[in-house]
Design a protein. Structure first.
Length: 482
């Protein structure tokens, strides 16, 4: 699991402290004389969730401080003290020494309060020309941007392992299925490359999401902008954004980037689920196409002979988490009027949980691809089932005997029905039996009905012919792995 996934403990408020001791009034200013109830404090606090934005909050605060000094909004001396204090806090967090306190509500005020402890009242100048509204939007984008980059690399690693396996099975034949019925023979390399393409689209969606979200909300303040002479282009460059957001109301209330990420994550989860389902089928006793080792299987508490593909089964199920997270956030954002509302405090937990789950799922999928052993003989024997080269017979009737395809389809169907009634495959059906349905057929027809001939003829671009698969693996490696 990535370092950012670990959540340090939050120090609970001491029961001996009263509301006035909790620092709430200093946060909310002179408007409130009394402190919140314990229930209000618990429901209002988010530090147990958003503390993983700590380093992003420090980065945003550092850029903001540099900008305030540059613009003459705060003095260079005050700015130097603030930057030194922020650096100290960063060290404390990196070492696990920082104490997150629930009475300070969120990551922003936890850091600001610690800054005040370190440098005194000068810390209060840091919040000039910003609000927690633009601050949290900035932090969240910085965090998710980094996580998308990490997920992209993890997907790329899975693609690479699939390509490696495909390269080893360019001409390994198995039955291609439609409706879970034998349809036409395909090569295993071709089958695996289908998932490489799916994952490529997933990476594209995540990249699109990252590009769209890479606008800087900092400087939008609470909702209306600020009267201070800030330089939003400066903080945009400092934080690696492409441009500042164009509308302050939209900037502080927008969570499209989180929704778009969760939608892309759900589609990625669907692809992983489909792949996991095939592994579960392939490893079963009825198929035995592949084998997974002890590293990715478990046993039974009562049946000693069992080897269960639990990693694949859990991978198959986990798409429900990202879908639930997407639905969760849709319902949070639904019908929210402009601009910011406290509802948006509920935006981060579903995204954090989805990132954690995807990181684990991608690691499991990659591990299983590296771990699996392919039973080539079993795959080849399975491809003989279900009159799987019947389409090749129909194509032969069209290409060699010049029959219209619909007539060829009907003739082939009659030949299949005859073979089925005799209990033989197409290659075992006597020529005289075939000629009783189509007299023009000759011995040459049998050459068209082998598995090798069938896959070799599927030589159109994107087809399953080994020649095409070899080229496709090279193209996929160049496109996705580099």
């Amino acid at each position: 699991m990535k370092e950012s996934s670990r959540t340090p403990e939050v120090a609970p408020a001491s029961s001996s402290q009263n509301d006035a001791d909790m620092g709430v009034n200093s946060l909310w200013g002179g408007r409130f004389k009394g402190g919140p109830s314990e229930i209000m404090r618990q429901i209002n606090a988010s530090i147990d969730i958003d503390q993983r934005l700590a380093m992003q909050d420090l980065a945003g605060s550092t850029a903001h401080c540099h900008m305030l000094v540059k613009q003459g909004i705060i003095s260079a001396e005050d700015g130097s003290q603030i930057l030194e204090g922020l650096a100290t806090i960063g060290t404390e967090i990196a070492r696990g020494e920082f104490v997150f306190k629930i009475e300070h509500e969120d990551i922003h005020m936890n850091i600001e309060s610690r800054l005040a402890e370190l440098i005194g009242p000068v810390a209060g100048r840091l919040h000039t020309a910003r609000s927690r509204n633009d601050q949290v939007a900035t932090d969240f984008k910085l965090w998710l941007r980094e996580e998308i980059d990490g997920l992209n690399l993890s997907i790329q690693s899975l693609q690479e392992q699939l390509i490696i396996l495909a390269e080893a099975h360019i001409d390994t034949i198995l039955p291609g299925l439609t409706h879970m019925q034998a349809a036409q023979p395909v090569t295993l390399g071709h089958h695996l490359l289908a998932y490489v393409e799916m994952l490529g689209r997933d990476r594209g969606r995540l990249s699109d999401c990252r590009a769209r979200m890479n606008e800087n909300p900092l400087g939008s303040a609470a909702l209306a902008g600020t009267p201070y002479p800030i330089d939003r282009d400066f903080t945009t460059r400092a934080l690696g954004f492409d441009r500042p957001t164009a509308n302050s109301l939209d900037a502080v209330s927008d969570r499209d980037f989180a929704l778009e990420f969760l939608a892309a994550a759900t589609i990625l989860g669907l692809h992983l689920s489909r792949f996991a389902e095939e592994l579960i089928i392939w490893v079963s006793d009825n198929f035995r196409y592949i084998q997974l080792s002890d590293r990715f299987t478990t046993g039974s508490s009562i049946m000693p002979q069992k080897r269960n593909p639990d990693a694949a089964e859990l991978l198959r199920a986990r798409v429900g988490r990202s879908l639930a997270a997407f639905t969760n956030l849709v319902l949070v954002v639904k019908a929210l009027p402009l601009a910011y509302a406290k509802d948006l405090q509920e935006d981060k937990e579903p995204v954090f949980a989805t990132v954690d789950s995807l990181n684990l799922c991608l690691a499991a999928a990659t591990g299983m691809v590296k771990d699996m052993t392919v039973n080539r003989e079993r795959l080849y024997r399975a491809a003989f089932t279900g009159f799987i080269t019947a389409t090749d017979l129909a194509d032969y009737l069209v290409m060699e005997l010049k029959l219209p395809f619909r007539q060829a389809h009907r003739v082939t169907g009659e030949i299949v029905a005859l073979a089925e009634s005799l209990g033989v495959g197409l290659t075992e059906l006597p020529l005289t039996a075939m000629q009783s349905i189509e007299p023009k057929l000759t011995e040459a027809v049998y050459e068209q009905l082998t598995l090798e001939s069938s896959v070799a003829k599927r030589n159109s671009f994107g087809g399953t012919a080994p020649e095409r698969v070899k080229a496709a693996t090279a193209a996929a490696r160049k496109k996705y792995v580099k």
